[in-house]
Design a protein around this ligand. Structure first.
Ligand code: TMP
Ligand code: ZN
Length: 404
């Protein structure tokens, strides 16, 4: 089932798509050859709401198509993300754990990478994908296998000091229902902390690959303020994050509970300077996407002309947009190496490029490796120094198409 949304998911104003990436598969829908024929596609179109500033998809496939028992994303595959969640847990421990009967809730607790730091506290995780939920459960994390909603919030009959959510809110199409659920579960002096890829970074870096089926929203401070105000919640602080190629962490409380920080005011000013509240910005972004696509295709074509072998590195969800928007197939990219077992020996969605193990990469080094996991660039380049030392070269396409 496709959801045909023509009204803003937050304020119900009319939506006008300004950019189309064409036919897209489910970004995490890694598949076997026998399933190529019945693969599901939808039109990936993006729009901006001039009224509440929410950058959103026009249509989104139903959540059940994306978050299910075989969900392919395991948070623990990256050392960098493990460190990030440890640091975040320490920040929360420093600021809130002294409270009596401290309790914490995580929305989208995945494999328990974050909540494992709160095993000895009153904690709860909510995770809709069964396979990652099961992993967290086996690690002794208290969690439930459900989609988060107001209905579920009302059933929980308990409130939390901290509600945390990383890379989850941007996936929830019924954002109003989710934020209402948060407002129900947050103690009077509680803090809701969430982080997601940031619109300011997507625009600045032309990282159009952040846009795919699961990411129904790319938030900015402007849009978060709009959504929160509907439920008597208030954004009082925000902090940039380097994760996922540029994210923002939002700190939200019940209205009037905390003083707004200067850090928040400064980022808000910057959003105004960068015109993240104007449609013209997004029309320019559309042109930048086209330029990026042309440059990447030209570079790959010139390398193929010289008979160079090109492989992909990191079969990220993001890469589905890049590969399908640019029309790249296994004629150009021989294989994509990825360390996630559930993706291996399958094919990339839509573009049908074989996914191989890291071991395979080591035994079949290409001349060029196209870094789809560009957000893990530092970690990957460091781990694979030998690749460059043996004459291999990395290609990136964010923020600019280039050979490193
Ligand atoms: P992400 O950008 O959504 O976090 O996905 C990163 C993907 O890249 C994930 O499928 C795991 C893969 N990956 C590797 O194969 N090797 C690595 O060294 C790293 C850091 C990630
Ligand atoms: Zn709106």
């Amino acid at each position: 089932m496709k959801r045909n949304i023509t009204k803003c998911r937050c304020c119900n104003d009319n939506l006008f798509p300004f950019l189309s990436f064409g036919k897209m598969p489910i970004a995490n829908g890694f598949l076997l050859r026998k399933n190529f024929k019945k693969e599901y596609f939808f039109d990936l179109k993006v729009c901006f709401c001039k009224n509440c500033y929410l950058f959103q998809l026009f249509k989104q496939p139903s959540p059940k198509k994306m978050f299910h028992k075989n969900y392919a994303f395991f948070s623990e595959t990256s050392e960098y993300m493990k460190r990030h969640f440890k640091k975040t847990a320490n920040l929360i421990i420093r600021n809130f754990k002294k409270r009596r009967n401290f309790s914490i809730l995580e929305l989208g607790s995945n494999d328990g990478i974050f909540l494992k730091n709160f095993k000895n506290n009153n904690h709860l995780g909510i995770e809709p994908s069964f396979n990652v939920f099961k992993v967290a459960k086996s690690r002794g994390i208290n969690c439930i296998n459900k989609f988060f909603s107001t209905k579920l919030a009302l059933k929980l009959s308990k409130k939390f000091d901290v509600i945390y959510s990383a890379n989850v809110l941007c996936h929830i199409s019924n954002i109003k229902d989710a934020i209402q659920g948060v407002s129900i579960l947050l103690k009077k002096n509680g803090v809701f902390i969430f982080e997601d890829p940031y619109l300011g970074d997507v625009i600045k870096k032309t990282s159009y690959d952040q846009i795919y089926d699961e990411h129904v929203f790319v938030f900015s401070l402007h849009s978060v303020i709009s959504i929160c105000s509907r439920y008597n919640l208030e954004l009082y602080d925000s902090e940039r994050q380097t994760t996922h190629g540029g994210s923002m962490r939002y700190f939200i409380c019940h209205k009037g509970q905390f003083k707004k920080t200067n850090r928040l005011k400064n980022i808000l000013k910057e959003e105004k300077r960068n015109r993240l509240d104007r449609m013209t910005t997004f029309k320019k972004f559309r042109n930048q996407c086209e330029i990026s696509k042309k440059r990447l295709l030209a570079l790959l074509a010139s390398l193929k002309k010289k008979n160079k072998i090109i492989a992909g590195f990191g079969a990220t969800s993001k890469s589905a947009t890049t590969l399908n928007y640019c029309g790249i197939t296994d004629k150009t990219i021989s294989y994509i190496a990825d360390s996630t077992p559930i993706k291996q020996n399958k094919f990339s969605p839509g573009s049908h490029i074989p996914i191989k193990t890291y071991q395979y990469f080591l035994q079949n080094l290409p001349d060029y490796a196209l870094l789809f996991a560009w957000n893990h660039k530092q970690e990957i380049l460091k781990k694979n120094k030998f690749f460059e030392n043996s004459g291999g070269k990395w290609i990136v396409y964010v923020p600019k198409v280039k050979i490193l």
